[in-house]
Design a protein. Structure first.
Length: 276
């Protein structure tokens, strides 16, 4: 399977996942099966099997270059943008293979939102940053847009700080506020899954604590996958933790198990700081 498919445009907010209810009965949101991934000849991910239930927070940990961010980007096909990549196996969301030929990638990314390591607000107002995805997807109802923007900003625990300056530039916000604004932007288009690639690595401890508190609140409505190098953060925010090493998923279990009684010696060494 290659990444050469064209991204098609569809301006409504309907789901691309045709088998939407097929796995909801048992609560499974993400199911990766026998996934191998290559950057040209480099074998970056090796036979990954990974299941996540609805409304879980899962932390991906491991040393730099181990494949955790590559795996995260598979879940909304961000790796499609990199020339020469290919994947085998399958990645299912609610029972639908998101790499199937009939999947609209732009529609998929409405279902699977992404928050990057560094805040990346657009050169627009706070309001327009959050409204951006709605407008791009053809939403014209001003009342709906306003309601959705306010709801998303509140969901990102930012409303009290910006409610009187929605028309001000997003660049006037602090780094922590900008990151929560980017989370609000991701939430505005009503995803089912939110991917976070080290969302607090560039933030101070107070802003980091706010992001972690926010993750606890968001799990009521979303499934969240977070990449982090901070072991304390992984233990605080996640229900399950996956340990990656050299492209392999070494161990995947409840977070309490990973940090107190891991099955693999390699996992024990990493979480206790003996290597990595």
């Amino acid at each position: 399977m290659t990444n050469t498919r064209n991204i098609e445009t569809n301006t409504n907010l309907s789901s691309p996942l045709g088998a939407r209810g097929s796995l909801d009965v048992r609560g499974l949101t993400i199911d990766a099966k026998n996934v191998d991934f290559y950057y040209s000849e480099f074998h970056a991910l090796k036979n990954i099997n990974f299941e996540v239930s609805k409304n879980e927070v899962v932390a991906l940990i491991g040393p730099s270059g181990c494949g955790k961010s590559t795996f995260l980007r598979l879940l909304n096909r961000m790796n499609d943008l990199i020339p020469g990549t290919r994947m085998t196996g399958s990645v299912l969301i609610d029972g639908e293979d998101i790499y199937a030929p009939n999947i609209h990638v732009d529609e998929l990314r409405k279902e699977v939102g992404m928050v990057f390591q560094k805040p990346n607000p657009f050169p627009k107002s706070i309001f327009e940053n959050v409204a951006y995805g709605l407008r791009v997807n053809g939403i014209k109802d001003k009342t709906f847009i306003e309601e959705r923007v306010i709801e998303s900003i509140k969901s990102a625990a930012l409303w009290d700080e910006v409610k009187d300056k929605l028309n001000k530039s997003a660049f006037a916000l602090s780094g922590g506020q900008q990151q929560r604004l980017c989370i609000a932007r991701a939430l505005a288009i009503s995803p089912k899954v939110v991917l976070m690639d080290e969302p607090a690595s560039a933030l101070d401890p107070i802003s980091t604590a706010k992001i972690e508190d926010l993750i606890h609140e968001l799990k009521k409505d979303y499934t969240i996958i977070i990449v982090t190098h901070n072991m304390q953060q992984a233990s605080r925010v996640s229900d399950k933790t996956a340990y990656f090493y050299l492209g392999e998923l070494i161990e995947f279990d409840k977070t309490t198990t990973i940090f107190t009684n891991p099955k693999e010696h390699s996992t024990q060494n990493y979480v206790t700081g003996r290597f990595g």
